[in-house]
Write a protein that binds this ligand. Structure first.
Ligand SMILES: C[S@@+](CC[C@H](N)C(=O)[O-])C[C@H]1O[C@@H](n2cnc3c(N)ncnc32)[C@H](O)[C@@H]1O
Length: 467
């Protein structure tokens, strides 16, 4: 099998949209053949024929904000076989034995591909199970408690039968197995345990509604690198900063995949520079502005810090590129049709500790946010090249008495001659029967990034400047 398994980020819809957009528009052409809330199965048009495809996968992994790991798939087992081998309640013992034996036969072959050399080797592996949805009963009751111990034990036996000197596996905490509440190992553990080496492996068992994909991890996100940039930079302010992952995803929605070193990117609400720092490591030409001089100073110092960390030369014109400008006047300071992309999170209003009243939010939207967003689209239209995109965050306020309340960004953008871009191409994504996994046509124009019970949620939009 020549397909690959992508482990998606926490916000799986946004991660899937980012991946689909990238497979459609970047050099990594391909399509998502199947997915769940945790994984995507990808068939590339030609990547597999590239001799150095693992290096290419590493490039792709580095670029994506919503991808935790990429694995190569070796086998697929139909979901009915799994249900027969591991039912909720065992009634037909013979059937269970027979189908478990079938699974072991598959594993026997897969192990030769995962470990090219087994004889006399000391091998180590970690089994990671990604269910269709983490809150499925089948995951907590069957996969964690029965399937995982079965795999751990049987893989060890098979490797020993094949001549391994030693075969050890990663042991998850017993209390998590007992409670059924288990997370597969995180990328930093994959790195820490050296599971990308030849004699050590993370074996992924990824479920979708269709069945089980068995893969070996080839590349993983390096969260320590992102965390370092996010947390160790001299100036940070977590309550108003977007996450590194979201910054990367937003940059990818601009659809600027080639010759990034020649593409001019602007964040006109630069704050402490999160978006620009990640645009810098993605090789973009970065520009930023803010109406607060302190923020401009912070961003410049953060960028200098990052350049020093990366041992890169300092660009001479940094002070000209990061400047104090009110978003209402962007076109007075930047040249017309100069930018290839704009990526930004404007002020989302006051930081509410608890839910506000509907009237409070309505007043805020009418008096401050609508005029501000109107100015943003009016001004960015002038400085953006034709057919280029803006990826922008807007707030959704959860109110005490009026439910979720938001600005009509679409209307404002369209009035300023932008067109709305779907974040995921519904025609390229297969249908799922589980409602939680469906993309509804009306909901794909924008996607939400928020934790449960957050008072202000971020909604991500993409617009393109019409000619
Ligand atoms: C939500 S913060 C952006 C945070 C940024 N994404 C980060 O991660 O650091 C919004 C920024 O917009 C700036 N701002 C507010 N109103 C502005 C305006 N009219 N023009 C330009 N900047 C403005 C604020 O000073 C603040 O730094």
């Amino acid at each position: 099998m020549d397909d690959f398994l992508f482990v998606l980020g926490r916000n799986w819809q946004l991660s899937l949209a980012e991946l689909d957009n990238c497979l459609k528009n970047s050099e990594f052409k391909g399509r998502i053949k199947d997915y769940s809330a945790n994984i995507a199965i990808v068939e590339f048009d030609s990547l597999i024929r590239d001799k150095y495809y693992v290096n290419k996968l590493m490039e792709l992994q580095f670029m994506l904000g919503g991808c935790q790991k990429i694995g190569k798939i070796y086998e697929f087992i139909n979901i009915h076989t799994i249900f027969n081998a591991f039912p909720f309640k065992i009634e037909k013992f013979k059937e269970v034995d027979k189908t478990r034996f079938k699974i072991l036969n598959v594993m026997e072959k897969v192990l030769n591909e995962i470990f090219p050399k087994i004889q006399n080797k000391n091998l180590f592996y970690a089994v990671s199970i990604y269910p269709n949805l983490f809150d499925d009963d089948y995951y907590s009751k069957i996969l964690v408690k029965h399937f995982l111990p079965f795999l751990n034990k049987k893989i060890m036996e098979l490797l020993k039968q094949k001549g391994a000197q030693k075969a050890l596996y990663y042991q998850y905490p017993e209390k998590n197995i007992k409670s059924g509440n288990l997370n597969p190992i995180f990328p930093h553990i994959v790195i820490k345990y050296g599971l990308l080496n030849e004699d050590r492996a993370e074996i992924i068992f990824g479920f979708t509604e269709e069945g089980l994909y068995i893969a070996r991890t080839f590349t993983t996100d390096d969260p320590n690198f992102k965390k370092k940039i996010d947390e160790e930079r001299p100036f940070k302010e977590f309550k108003s900063s977007i996450s590194p992952k979201l910054a990367l995803m937003m940059l990818n929605f601009l659809n600027l995949f080639e010759k990034r070193e020649k593409k001019n990117i602007l964040d006109p609400f630069v704050g402490n520079g999160t978006i620009l720092l990640f645009a810098l490591i993605q090789d973009f030409q970065i520009y930023g502005s803010d109406n607060d001089p302190q923020k401009v100073e912070n961003t410049i110092r953060n960028i200098n810090w990052l350049l020093e960390e990366l041992e890169e030369p300092f660009p001479l014109l940094l002070d000209d590129r990061i400047t104090r400008i009110d978003a209402e006047n962007l076109s007075e300071d930047f040249k017309p049709n100069f930018f290839d992309g704009i990526c930004t999170e404007p002020t989302l209003g006051p930081y509410y500790h608890k839910q506000p009243y509907y009237n409070q939010v309505k007043e805020l939207i009418q008096s401050e946010l609508e005029p501000l967003y109107n100015a943003i689209f009016r001004e960015t239209y002038k400085i953006l090249k034709p057919n280029r995109r803006i990826c922008i965050v807007a707030p959704i306020f959860s109110t005490i008495d009026g439910g979720d309340t938001q600005i009509n960004i679409n209307k404002i953008a369209i009035n300023n001659k932008f067109k709305s871009i779907s974040m995921i191409d519904a025609n390229r994504i297969i249908n799922k029967s589980n409602q939680k996994l469906q993309f509804r046509k009306q909901n794909i124009k924008n996607l939400i990034d928020a934790k449960k019970d957050q008072v202000i949620k971020r909604k991500i939009y993409v617009f393109e400047k019409k000619l």
